[in-house]
Write a protein that binds this ligand. Structure first.
Ligand SMILES: [Zn+2]
Length: 295
């Protein structure tokens, strides 16, 4: 396990790719774990060697709260915006987009299909932290920066004395920015991404894949990463001009690979994502059938 001063970086399986993520363990008196989506064996090792007393979740997504339930005695905190919604599975269905895309019946079915651990991970969240406040965990200062866009409440933990930021879902992957829940927002995503570049830090740790970036690397990666949003805009605009309706537009694979859209989750987030871009572009398309633009 990599270590930066008192911060132990706990990798997730498969290069911390979704549905896993990278966790940070702060080796201090309070025994703090940031997000719980890392390799379960590595987390068990941390628990055995140090003990975990507090889990801090950056946001409610299951790849960042995965193993909350493996630490029954630890207190669990989440950000203040998501504290209430994330503690019930109905609340999560709302912000995920389940109600919007599948309706109440779909939501009911979905609720029955989700694993019991997931419900537990959320129910066990006992409190929330405040944004921007400087917490002192046994001499290690941590500030939870509010970085909305990916979700409404997402926080990026910042260690001002160490010059380290946990950038979480600013993961710099080739997939690009994800703001496809109903609580995601493109403009906020861009704003928060640029805001991260102004933080006085030399090291940025992402939640997935590559992992550790210097400030310079992170800055460069952010430019490429955010430009994927413009590419999506261009692609959608082109297809709309060519006469595609909403059904066609959400079947070509703007976000997810075309073949992945057979899976209901991906289709749902593809639809929500396309809606957000259409709104941003000021374009409307018919849901099906009639085409308003023709070649
Ligand atoms: Zn996430």
């Amino acid at each position: 396990m990599n270590r930066i001063g008192p911060i132990i970086i706990v990798e997730g399986p498969k290069n911390s790719k979704v549905p896993f993520s990278r966790s940070l363990f702060i080796d201090c008196q309070e025994k703090v774990l940031i997000d719980s989506g890392a390799d379960p064996n590595a987390l068990r090792e941390i628990e055995r060697e140090y003990g975990v007393e507090l889990i801090v979740n950056t946001h409610y997504h299951p790849d960042h709260t995965t193993y909350n339930h493996r630490f029954p005695n630890a207190a669990k905190w989440i950000n203040p915006i998501e504290f209430r919604t994330s503690r019930t599975i109905k609340g999560v269905a709302q912000v995920y987009g389940i109600y919007q895309e599948w309706g109440p019946d779909g939501a009911e079915q979905w609720e029955k299909s989700i694993p019991a651990e997931w419900v537990k991970n959320l129910e066990e969240i006992s409190d929330f932290y405040e944004y921007e406040k400087i917490y002192n965990f046994g001499g290690i200062k941590v500030q939870f920066l509010h970085t909305p866009g990916h979700t409404k409440g997402l926080s990026c933990p910042y260690f001002p004395d160490l010059g380290v930021v946990y950038a979480g879902d600013y993961d710099m992957t080739s997939f690009g920015p994800w703001y496809n829940g109903t609580d995601g927002d493109i403009e906020e995503f861009i704003r928060s991404g640029n805001q991260l570049l102004t933080v006085d830090a030399d090291t940025f740790i992402t939640g997935h894949q590559k992992g550790i970036f210097t400030k310079q690397e992170f800055k460069q990666a952010m430019g490429n990463y955010l430009s994927i949003i413009d590419k999506r805009d261009e692609l959608i605009e082109k297809h709309v001009r060519q006469g595609m309706n909403f059904d066609e537009l959400t079947s070509v694979g703007i976000f997810y690979p075309k073949h992945a859209l057979a899976k209901p989750y991906f289709k749902m987030w593809e639809r929500i994502g396309v809606r957000k871009h259409l709104e941003r572009l000021g374009l409307t398309v018919p849901e099906t059938g009639v085409k308003i633009f023709t070649k």
